[in-house]
Write a protein of this length. Structure first.
Length: 222
């Protein structure tokens, strides 16, 4: 067994990027298009999940098929693009990125062609060994398959990975490749839900990195 310093995979939306208020506003634009109710940030954090179609169906009280979700996804992202310039990084995002001693990368379920220039705009692109976003026209699905492809492209064994994200789907994705997860409470998911998952939970990104470094002695077969 050879000790390996873990590689850190960051989530973007709701983690490094503080976009909860915008996401809730865009989600409410979707619900309004169907005459549905609005959700508050707190309610969103309690009810949000992936696949996002399931979340929409829960709030709207009716099934959301692929055609409807494609329409909703366009409404959401059209509104999101307009509001993105109002979003800032999480308060300690740069400090947290700087504090990690090993390699790190970025994996988002936001569209890849929009993610990369956005990361550049915030001055972060040089910090990541790889940046991957969604390479499809419609999003909303789970993260596990994307994480597997991301690690394969990096040539990184999942057992040497820690993922920092803000959702239970991030944790599920990490488990699917044998990785660890640290969950951040400042994003899209209610703190009590994150705690109930049994994964380490952090209230700041710097605390999340500190927790991630406790996995520094993780071992993989050489």
């Amino acid at each position: 067994m050879t000790p390996v310093r873990p590689h850190l995979v960051w989530d973007w939306n709701g983690t490094l990027l503080d976009d909860l208020s915008l996401v809730v506003a865009c989600t409410n634009a979707v619900f309004a298009s169907e005459g549905g109710p609005s959700v508050s940030p707190d309610e969103h954090r309690v009810r949000f999940r992936r696949p996002i179609a399931d979340y929409y169906a829960d709030v709207l009280g009716k099934a959301v098929d692929d055609e409807a979700f494609g329409r909703f996804d366009k409404i959401f992202h059209d509104a999101y693009r307009v509001g993105l310039t109002t979003c800032e990084l999480a308060n300690d995002a740069v400090d947290a990125l700087t504090a990690w001693p090993g390699s790190q990368s970025l994996l988002s379920m936001w569209f890849h062609d929009e993610l990369v220039p956005a990361v550049e705009t915030y001055g972060l692109s040089g910090r990541f060994a790889r940046i991957d976003g969604l390479r499809a026209q419609v999003g909303g699905d789970r993260k596990a398959e994307s994480l597997a492809r991301h690690l394969d492209a990096l040539g990184v064994d999942g057992r040497s990975v820690v993922l920092i994200g803000d959702s239970l789907d991030d944790a599920d994705a990490a488990l699917s490749v044998g990785a660890r997860a640290v969950l951040y409470t400042g994003g899209f998911t209610d703190r009590s839900r994150l705690l109930a998952s049994g994964h380490p939970v952090a209230d700041t990104l710097t605390e999340a990195v500190t927790l991630a470094t406790t996995f520094a002695d993780v071992s993989v077969r050489s």
